[in-house]
Write a protein that binds this ligand. Structure first.
Ligand SMILES: Nc1nc2c(ncn2[C@@H]2O[C@H](COP(=O)(O)OP(=O)(O)O)[C@@H](O)[C@H]2O)c(=O)[nH]1
Ligand SMILES: [Mg+2]
Length: 301
């Protein structure tokens, strides 16, 4: 299955909500206040979020106020939605030489470790030599989880005992990645609540260590957000953005949620691109996010 079919399957629930928007455009009559209010309501129900919803409604008002409702408007709204999601780059921006360091952050249970395993596979598929660093030293189970994935992937892992300094693990991993010419180093971090200041500081410390060790690192800082948490994911992302400069988002658990519309709010409010989407629990369930396809699939019957 390619992005097309996988996204189609994953978006079944969200798509149900978007069909309400598509239906609206088959109504007879003019684009009046009532129509615009109805559009607003349906976008909102699809969890597109207040900010992105206002934006779309205002664009439709500007372009179509007092005109007849036509099928062409679906194309217009789709184009607006696509434009909202389009980013200068998708996927990983690899370093021209030396190891590309990818730091992963996010709250507990968001899907970080699973996404790392999938991302490692994604890089291996491009013939990259991948190392992972178990910098979530907070829980023993976290190191174990990453170890199991690394064995399954046949990729190198750098780890230390539970409770050890995560920045030291990061340091060690950078040295090894450089010395042994790894192409990619993916750094797992402890899940923290965006309200836990000391843990947020620790994240910043890992970042600084990595930056000192490898030129241009971290090349990507990806924030993993749980799509099922909808608008709450945006609040989290705002806090993380304040502490570390995230380069993009992995939107995990997009499969089986009705809150896929939250992707618009994330992109609009944070001006951070969604680079990957997680579509399941298996190694192959990660796809580079494609705004065109995504919006098209949302509006399918
Ligand atoms: N359905 C689904 N489950 C996922 C996805 N990504 C992660 N999970 C599940 O979410 C749970 C938490 O994931 P984990 O990677 O341990 O989160 P972490 O605490 O952020 O490292 C696990 O049960 C994963 O299997 C996804 O894209 N889809
Ligand atoms: Mg984890």
């Amino acid at each position: 299955m390619g992005f097309f079919d996988k996204v189609r399957q994953a978006l079944a629930k969200t798509r149900g909500l978007f069909s309400g928007i598509a239906q609206l455009f088959s109504f007879q009559g003019k684009v009046d206040q009532k129509f615009l209010e109805e559009l607003e309501k349906r976008l909102y129900l699809a969890d597109v979020g207040t900010y992105a919803t206002q934006e779309i409604v205002s664009r439709v008002r500007q372009a179509y106020q007092d005109k007849e409702v036509t099928g062409e408007m679906v194309a217009f709204v789709k184009a607006q939605l696509k434009e909202m999601l389009t980013a200068p780059s998708q996927g990983i921006a690899f370093a021209p030489s030396g190891p590309t360091v990818i730091m992963i952050a996010g709250v507990n249970g968001a899907g970080k470790t699973t996404s790392i395993a999938k991302l490692a596979k994604h890089c291996q598929n491009q013939n990259k030599k991948v190392m992972v660093a178990a910098c979530d030293t907070f829980r023993a189970a976290a190191v174990e989880q990453l170890t199991i994935w690394s064995q399954r992937l046949g990729c190198e892992i750098v780890k230390n005992a539970q409770g050890s300094d995560p920045a030291a693990v990061a340091h060690d991993a950078c040295e090894k990645a450089k010395a042994r010419a790894f192409d990619v180093l993916i750094v797992d971090t402890a899940g923290r609540l965006h309200t836990q200041t000391h843990l947020m500081k620790e994240l910043d410390k890992i970042r600084r260590i990595v930056a000192k060790q490898i030129a241009g690192a971290p090349h990507e800082v990806l924030l993993v957000l749980d799509a099922t948490s909808g608008q709450n994911a945006i609040t989290q992302a705002e806090m993380f953005k304040k502490t570390i400069d995230c380069t993009g988002i992995i939107l995990a658990k997009l499969d089986g949620t009705a809150k896929g519309g939250a992707i618009f709010g994330v992109k609009q409010k944070l001006s951070m691109p969604v680079k990957f989407v997680g579509l399941g629990e298996q190694l192959d369930d990660l796809e580079i996010f494609d705004p065109e396809e995504y919006v098209e699939r949302l509006f399918e019957d």
